[in-house]
Design a binder for this molecule. Structure first.
Ligand SMILES: [Zn+2]
Length: 271
C-alpha cells in the first residue's frame, strides 16, 4: 500500500514531475512511448531480468530467502507495469510468494481456491483505523499461534496506492471473513522513487520486511530490506544517469549472502 502522491509515470509533462530528477523513465512496458518528446528516460534501456535501467541493473544482487510465512500479493492491475513497484521485490526474495491481480468483478480463481486450502491461515494486512471491522483485527500473536499449530501463516498484502488499497479491501468479499493484521511500526519510509504524503507511509516491500521481522523471520526481513535498499539506490541513480561505481553496503551484504548461499546449497543439497 502506498500513497496516491506518486510521480508521473512519464506520460505527463515534465513540470508535473519531480523537478530535480525529471520524470520516471517510462511505464516499464515495452510499447513505444506515447508521445515522443517527453519523459526523458522514455528511451532508457531496461534489463529484462529486473526491469531497471541497465545502467544499474539489480540482477547481481538478487538473493532468495526462506520464511515461515508466505506472502500473497493482491496487486492492482496498474501496478504491474510500474517499474517503481516494490511488491515484485518480495517475490524475488521469497520465491514462494504469489502474485494475484485484482479485478473487482473477476476475482482470481486460484486465489479463491487457495483461500480454502486448510494448510494456510491467511491474514489481510491492513490498517486498523476504521471501526466497522475492529472485530477482525488481530496482532502478531495470531501469526505465532498459527505457526505453533503447524499452519502456514499467509500475509495478504494489497499492492496499490492507498486509495486503490482501500477499494480492494472494501470490494473483495472473499477478504471479508479474514483476520486483519495491521502493521504498527515507528519505521519511516526509505522509498525514494515516489513521493509519499507522509514519511510513515511505507511501501509494499517495506511493509513486508517489517511484518517478517515482527513475526520472527528476521533473516528474510534483513535480506528483503537490503534488496529494497539496493533497488532504491540503483533506480534513483539511474534517474540522474549516474552509474554506481561500487556496491552500496546493502548491495555488498547481498553479494556476500549470494556467495554464501551457493556454497551452502552445495553443502546441504536437498534430500
Ligand atoms: Zn537486471
Amino acid at each position: 500500500m502506498r500513497d496516491d502522491a506518486e510521480f508521473s509515470t512519464g506520460t505527463g509533462s515534465m513540470g508535473a514531475c519531480d523537478e530535480a530528477i525529471g520524470c520516471d523513465p517510462g511505464t516499464g512496458q515495452s510499447c513505444p512511448p506515447r508521445r515522443e518528446f517527453k519523459a526523458r528516460g522514455s528511451f532508457v534501456e531496461r534489463c529484462d531480468g529486473c526491469r531497471l535501467p541497465v545502467l544499474n541493473c539489480l540482477c547481481p544482487y538478487r538473493v532468495s530467502a526462506t520464511s515461515d510465512v508466505r506472502v500473497w500479493l493482491l496487486t492492482h492491475p496498474f501496478e504491474h507495469h510500474k517499474p517503481t513497484n516494490t511488491g515484485r521485490l518480495i517475490a524475488d526474495v521469497l520465491p514462494q510468494s504469489e502474485i494475484f491481480t485484482w479485478y473487482r468483478t473477476a476475482p482470481d480463481e486460484r486465489l479463491l481456491q487457495q483461500l480454502t486450502d486448510r494448510r494456510y491461515v491467511p491474514f489481510v494486512v491492513f490498517p486498523d483505523d476504521q471501526p466497522d471491522y475492529q472485530h477482525r483485527v488481530v496482532d502478531e500473536r495470531a501469526v505465532a499461534s498459527a505457526k505453533q499449530d503447524d499452519f502456514i501463516p499467509v500475509f495478504i498484502l494489497i499492492d496499490g496506492t492507498w486509495r486503490q488499497a482501500r477499494r480492494i479491501f472494501r470490494k473483495s468479499p472473499y477478504l471479508d471473513g479474514l483476520p486483519v493484521l495491521p502493521l504498527h511500526t515507528e519505521r519511516l519510509t526509505r522509498y525514494r522513487l515516489r513521493k509519499p504524503a507522509s514519511a510513515s507511509h511505507l511501501c509494499t516491500a517495506e511493509v513486508a520486511a517489517e511484518l517478517l521481522r515482527k513475526t520472527g523471520d528476521v533473516a528474510a526481513a534483513g535480506i528483503l530490506d537490503d534488496y529494497f535498499d539496493a533497488f532504491n539506490d540503483s533506480y534513483a541513480a539511474s534517474r540522474i544517469y549516474h552509474k554506481l561505481e561500487k556496491p552500496t553496503p546493502a548491495m555488498q551484504r547481498l553479494l556476500e549472502r549470494r556467495a554464501f548461499g551457493s556454497q551452502m546449497a552445495r553443502v546441504f543439497s536437498p534430500e
